[in-house]
Write a protein that binds this ligand. Structure first.
Ligand code: M6R
Length: 362
C-alpha cells in the first residue's frame, strides 16, 4: 500500500534512508564486510563483466568507477541486449555480474545464460531471491530494497549502488589496495548514508519549485563527470520515463562534442556536481552553457555553489558528503526532479505509458 503517499514512487523515494540502512546492516559489521559471495576472493579475479538494462545498467556504470578506483580491478560493462550479440571474447579469471531488480528481465537473463560456462562464476545482484536470474546464478547477492512497485526504479537503484559500494571495498581489501584502516574509513563513510539521505530528502520543496519550470521545457540536458556521469544518465532516464520530456545525459566533457548545439535560452541543463576533485572542470563546462544563454540548474553543495559564482539559473543545495557516497546521495535530487516535473505535467507517475515494470520480452 501507498502508506499515505500519493504515489508508490514518492513512498519508495522516501524509504531510501531506511532500506539503504538495511543493506549496510546486512553486509557490514563494525569495520568488517560480511557480504557472503560464495567464497569469492577478488585477489583471484582479473576482470569483471557487468551486464544489465536501464537503471540497473547505470548502477553498474557507477560500480565500474568504484571497482577501478578502489580495487584497481578492470571492469567491462554492457547493456544486456548488446552484450549477447557482440560475441566479446572472455578473458580468463573473469566474473560475470548480472544486475536486475526484478530478476526477470529477458535480455539480462539471456546474457547470463550466454555467459554460463564461459566465465569463472556468475554473480547476480538482485532484489527478488526467487527470480530466474537469482536461481540461475552461482552466487546471488540481494539488494534488500523490499518490493518496488513504481515502474520508475528508485530505491532499487540506491540499494544496488550501496551493495556495489560494499562489494568494491571488499575487492579493494581482498586485492591489497585498501588496508584495514582505509577500509574502516570508507565503511564509516557508507554509514553516513541514511542520515545524509534523510537530509537530502528535505530538498523536496525546492525541487518542486524548479520542477514547475522544467515542466515547460521541451528538452533537458543532464551533465555529470566521473562517477557522477551515470547519475546524469539516470536523471535523464527518470525524467523522460515519467514526464515524457526529452532528456539527454552526457559526460560534462562531451558537451563540446555535440550536445552544446542544443543549448539555447529555453533549454535547461541540470549539472550534477558535488564538490570533488573535478569540480573546476565542471564549472568551466557550466560557464560554456551560460555563455550561450543556457539555463543551468546546479545540483551541488553550498561550498561548490559559492565557487560556481554568478549566473546559475537555479541551485539545489545538497549536504556535503564524502566522495564515495556522492553518487548514491545524488540519486535523490535526480528522482525528485523527475517526480515533481511529472506531477506538474499531470502524467501517470507510477504507470507511465508504454512501459512495464518488468521487461520479459527481448
Ligand atoms: O528489473 P531490472 O532491474 O532488470 O529492470 C531493468 C530496467 O528495465 C529498469 O531499470 C528500467 O530502466 C526502469 N524502468 C528505470 O526506471
Amino acid at each position: 500500500e501507498k502508506g499515505g503517499y500519493k504515489h508508490y514512487m514518492a513512498k519508495e523515494i522516501a524509504q531510501q534512508p531506511t532500506v539503504v540502512g538495511e543493506v549496510l546492516e546486512a553486509y557490514v559489521s563494525g569495520d568488517q564486510i560480511t557480504m557472503d559471495m560464495g567464497g569469492i576472493n577478488f585477489a583471484d579475479v582479473d576482470r569483471l563483466s557487468i551486464v544489465a538494462c536501464g537503471t540497473a545498467y547505470y548502477a553498474g556504470l557507477v560500480a565500474k568507477y568504484w571497482f577501478e578506483h578502489y580495487a584497481r580491478l578492470p571492469v567491462d560493462i554492457d547493456v544486456a541486449s548488446e552484450f549477447r550479440y557482440r560475441e566479446a571474447p572472455f578473458a580468463p579469471k573473469t566474473i560475470g555480474l548480472f544486475v536486475s531488480q526484478s530478476g526477470e528481465t529477458a535480455d539480462t537473463l539471456a546474457a547470463l545464460r550466454y555467459s554460463a560456462g564461459k566465465v569463472d562464476k556468475i554473480v547476480a545482484l538482485i532484489n527478488v531471491p526467487e527470480s530466474s536470474i537469482a536461481r540461475e546464478s552461482d552466487v546471488a547477492v540481494e539488494i534488500h530494497a523490499g518490493v518496488e512497485v513504481s515502474v520508475a526504479s528508485t530505491k532499487a537503484f540506491t540499494c544496488q549502488l550501496t551493495s556495489f559500494a560494499v562489494m568494491a571495498l571488499k575487492a579493494g581489501h581482498d586485492r591489497g589496495h585498501l588496508d584495514d584502516a582505509g577500509l574502516a574509513k570508507h565503511l564509516s563513510e557508507l554509514r553516513q548514508l541514511p542520515g545524509l539521505m534523510s537530509h537530502a530528502l528535505t530538498i523536496d520543496a525546492a525541487t518542486k519549485a524548479i520542477a514547475s519550470k522544467l515542466a515547460e521545457a521541451r528538452d533537458v540536458l543532464f551533465l555529470g563527470r566521473g562517477q557522477m556521469f551515470p547519475l546524469a544518465l539516470e536523471g535523464a532516464l527518470k525524467l523522460k520515463e515519467i514526464s515524457y520530456i526529452h532528456a539527454e545525459g552526457y559526460a560534462s566533457g562531451e558537451l563540446k562534442h555535440g550536445p552544446i548545439a542544443l543549448v539555447d535560452k529555453v533549454t535547461p541543463t541540470v549539472v550534477m556536481a558535488p564538490h570533488d576533485g573535478l569540480f573546476d572542470k565542471t564549472v568551466s563546462n557550466m560557464q560554456e552553457v551560460m555563455a550561450r544563454g543556457g539555463r543551468v540548474v546546479l545540483v551541488s553543495d553550498a561550498r561548490a555553489a559559492e565557487e560556481a559564482g554568478d549566473g546559475v539559473w537555479q541551485t539545489l543545495a545538497m549536504p556535503e558528503a564524502p566522495e564515495l557516497i556522492q553518487p548514491i546521495l545524488y540519486a535523490i535530487p535526480a528522482q525528485l526532479l523527475a517526480y515533481h516535473t511529472a506531477i506538474a505535467k499531470g502524467t501517470d507517475v507510477d504507470q507511465p505509458r508504454n512501459l512495464a515494470k518488468s521487461v520479459t520480452v527481448e
